[in-house]
Design a protein around this ligand. Structure first.
Ligand code: ZN
Length: 223
């Protein structure tokens, strides 16, 4: 199914999907739960457009690659080209907010990390980025107070807030733009709060920015 950015009212966004720029360990508690040091600068990686799918599609991952972990994240839709921007320009370039899953083949990632190799293949596979519809930026009054939550089979597993981010959203977008030009239609994933864990076939997922938007997905499993 061809993925198109949409707002929650169903309106299509005028720009097609581009790349997805992600940040690792942007919540100290999550860094600690995986026994990772808390970084002094954002750790960036990219998911290609082929990793993105809507929440309406079943969640699956490559077979025989070990555990696939959920990482719920606040997603920021970029509305204009941003290169070497400051924080004010970064804020002005936001076209919407959504919720995403940064699906991660954790066993594979751990092996790659042990060898000091890039972990791209553990994070960039087809379907590795379920993405919700977006709310318009006016709906968010404070970028430093956006809640994000993931419920699996009725149990809350991850419950965070952008106020816990090591690099807040405007600073993160500004930082990214020093290295890669962000283009209209790109998405920034802003890191995951603590509580990540493995998914299983049959799991029902509810990803939310509580009070703002929600998206449900069904896990079909490896294969
Ligand atoms: Zn992540």
């Amino acid at each position: 199914m061809q993925y198109i950015h949409r707002f929650e009212d169903g309106a299509a966004f005028q720009w097609p999907l581009g790349k997805v720029v992600c940040v690792g360990r942007n919540y100290a508690e999550h860094a600690r739960e995986l026994n990772n040091p808390v970084p002094s600068e954002p750790i960036l990686f990219i998911k290609p457009a082929t990793a993105v799918q809507s929440f309406a599609e079943p969640v699956r991952w490559p077979a025989q690659k070990g555990e696939c972990h959920h990482e719920v994240e606040i997603a920021v839709l970029i509305g204009r080209d941003l290169k070497n921007v400051d924080e004010q320009q970064a804020i002005a370039g936001i076209a919407g907010f959504g919720v995403a899953l940064d699906l991660t083949l954790r066993d594979l990632q751990s092996k790659l990390k042990d060898k000091g190799h890039p972990w791209e293949i553990a994070k960039a596979f087809d379907g590795a980025c379920p993405l919700s519809g977006f709310i318009r930026p006016e709906r968010v009054s404070d970028l430093a107070d956006i809640p994000v939550r993931l419920t699996v089979n009725g149990q809350v597993r991850q419950d965070g807030n952008s106020n816990q981010m090591l690099t807040p959203i405007p600073k993160l977008i500004s930082y990214i733009s020093q290295y890669f030009t962000l283009q209209a239609g790109d998405v920034v994933l802003t890191g995951t709060p603590a509580g990540v864990g493995p998914l299983h076939a049959g799991d029902r997922l509810l990803a939310e920015l509580p009070g703002l938007l929600s998206a449900e997905a069904q896990v079909s499993g490896a294969g």
